[in-house]
Design a protein around this ligand. Sequence first.
Ligand code: PMP
Length: 411
Amino acid sequence: MIDTAAIRADFPVLARQVRGEPLIYLDSAATSQRPIQVIEAERDFYARLNAAVHRGTHALGEEATDAYEAARDAVSRFVGGGEIVWTKNATEALNLVAYALQNTTLDGGPLALREGDEIVITEAEHHANLVPWQQLARRTGATLKWLGLTDDGQIDLSTLDRITERTRVAAFTHVSNVTGAISPVAEIVKAARAVGALIVLDACQSVPHMPVNLVELGVDVAAFSAHKMLGPTGVGALWARPGLLDQFPPFITGGSMVEVVTMENTTFLPPPARFEAGSQATAQVAAWTAAVEYLERIGMANIAEHEAELTAHCVAGITQIEGVRLLGPTKGGIGVVAFDVDGVHPHDVSQFLDAGGIEVRAGHHCAQPIHRRLGVRSSSRASFGVHTTPAEIDAFLDRLSEVRRYFGVIS
Ligand code: PMP
């Protein structure tokens, strides 16, 4: 059990009203709200120790660098150890990996994909873990394949044989940002490991909501974003198992990632600096520590239990509303519930809920293929955070049960 009343007091935005109603924020999967501890940590960086990192030979520079590197330790510890590279967001982290798998300039190594190689993803992917692989396949002549989905949006393990001896990369989401379904990581990792594929996990929707130990999961690289886990906007993480990044060539080049530069040539710093060219989002990185500490204080197992209960409660309610179809599993999901309202466009659903102070997402949630697979173009999505309460879900369900009448679909 977590103390949601105490937690809610930490989130300033929850005190406001929306359209004259108390705010019910059910869009944490898009971006989480921030507790005061994180807001203050970012402010504190500017107020006390703002300076360029890894450059200044002065006290402020050293303190800023310490805060920046302490965040790296905190985020790494939070996901079970391993190396962390700061990126702009998870999307950039995944692009960095896809870029590395095309370019072999550093060591001409075995990573570069070629014609005949295969990349395997799933039909459930967010575009951030789909488009970079599609583009990589196009640029290298590799073939993109994908694991299929069951009718309730879960990864269909009967399609696991699409991972073959030709598979060089297996990239998949840990938790779907549409259905909340948790992927069968162990099975996919086993199949991909057996053929020596590089295993890439999109952990955007898992790391904020449940205990995740990337080392124990046995993946090679992973991506997630601070802004979905109570942290600042504008910073993400590329996580890698120790030693792997040594084989990756630079992605963005320029200052802060070089050793010696002549007019003819450049030698590069080892990771992580090799991948952190130019001025970084220092205050945001530093404040990510506060988000990690906040989550750790509550305990990820407690958060997972809370959010799984909320999800089950929401799913149970939705399946009882006539004309509302759940898009996703009835059991086992976490944090996210998508649905289709018969006869009412998701934008109208969202606006109707918004008029009652309830904020949900409408659209394809950057995941068009899974919507196509589930037979819809778009959907509505409610998603939860550590501050969400069962009472908020009840208010949402009450209003949702009025939406078809309001739009004249039923009388
Ligand atoms: N993958 C998943 C599963 C996501 O939910 C998101 C964000 N909606 C992303 C990737 C991309 O994250 P970001 O926008 O922070 O790069």
